[in-house]
Design a protein around this ligand. Sequence first.
Ligand SMILES: [Zn+2]
Length: 113
Amino acid sequence: MTKTGLGMEFFVDYSHRLPGHPKCGVPHGHTAKIIVELFGEVRPDGMIMDFKDMEDACWKVLENVDHKDLNQSFERPTSENVTSWIFSELSKNIPVSRVLFHEGQGKWCVVEK
Ligand SMILES: [Zn+2]
């Protein structure tokens, strides 16, 4: 039994600070690479979903993060909290199975179903 899925990669810039954190307590910025994956039935047209539709659905959520000060919308904008929020918002429109949120290079948060 195999599963077929789609993945897309996005880049967003944002600023945040984590009050009380020795290093991240001051305002600073990141460029995050976000990978969204979903699995689904391949339709008669050979697609699970059109990449363009997936891209639009993802940007609808990610535009709330891109070039934003995340302390305006999150009480504590850690990678974990932001990734969970992205996963939950995407779930409303696409059958997302996994979101990887790379906070810069070499470290990431993953939320999966
Ligand atoms: Zn940071």
